[in-house]
Write a protein that binds this ligand. Structure first.
Ligand code: SAM
Length: 214
């Protein structure tokens, strides 16, 4: 297992084919979906066959958990030849290093599923994260959030709603969205909440207008 993964200095330094065997930069391949704090990888594995032509990445800070997901993906690739080549995980601190991995406007979808509740305490880091998201998410790109903690839900909503570049999307208007029906239940944390009869709060935001950085 690779315990010494180091973050690239900039996106061009990334060895993407080492993560995705079919990746071809010269064909314009790039990661477009990102699962922040992906845990045991349930979302990655659910999305892989739904979006076979999209490169999807998970970021996870815990070494053991990220090693487990690496092995899980490797086993899926062996057992399903030609499949699951579009998902990968990196062990990193997503609060710090997002712009090292992705270029401006590169991401189409960002997922925050069941973020740790203490996540909202570090206000300064939060502001940086929101700034990174705004920079990396393409126009009309979506941020999906689910939590079982109502306070976190309210907080995430107010944090993104107060920002002019994000617009909350009504869940009813996303009935065509193939991801929505899996969202709350496809991860290990979501399944735990289901087992415990917990509540789930979903909120989705769209990146709307250009920022002054454009
Ligand atoms: N999204 C997964 C799910 O739904 O099962 C995991 C949810 S778990 C409650 C939150 C995850 O975020 C943990 O695995 C934790 O290690 C990870 N995490 C917390 N802070 C992080 C950070 N700064 N960067 C990357 N991952 C982080």
């Amino acid at each position: 297992a690779d315990h010494t993964f180091s973050d690239p200095i900039c996106p061009d330094q990334m060895n993407w084919p080492a993560l995705y065997p079919t990746y071809q930069a010269e064909k314009g391949d790039c990661v477009q979906f990102l699962d922040i704090g992906c845990g045991y990888g349930g979302l990655l594995i659910t999305l892989a066959p739904l979006f076979p032509d999209t490169y999807i990445m998970g970021m996870e800070i815990r070494v053991k958990v990220s090693d487990y997901v690496k092995e899980r993906i490797a086993a899926l690739r062996i057992n399903n030849p030609g499949k699951y080549n579009n998902i990968a995980i990196v062990r990193t601190n997503a609060m710090k290093y997002l712009p090292n991995y992705f270029k401006k406007g590169q991401l189409k979808k960002l997922f925050f599923l069941y973020p740790d509740p203490h996540f909202k305490k570090t206000k300064h880091k939060q502001r940086i994260l929101r700034h990174d998201i705004e920079y990396l998410l393409q126009l009309r790109g979506l941020v999906y959030t689910v939590t079982d903690v109502e306070e976190v839900h309210i907080w995430m909503k107010s944090h993104l709603n107060e920002h002019p570049l994000f617009e909350e999307v009504k869940l009813e208007s996303l009935s065509h969205d193939a991801i929505l029906k899996f969202l709350g239940d496809c991860t290990e944390e979501g399944q735990k909440v289901t087992r415990n009869d917990g509540k789930k709060f979903t909120a989705i935001f769209k990146r709307v207008q250009s920022s002054s950085m454009d």
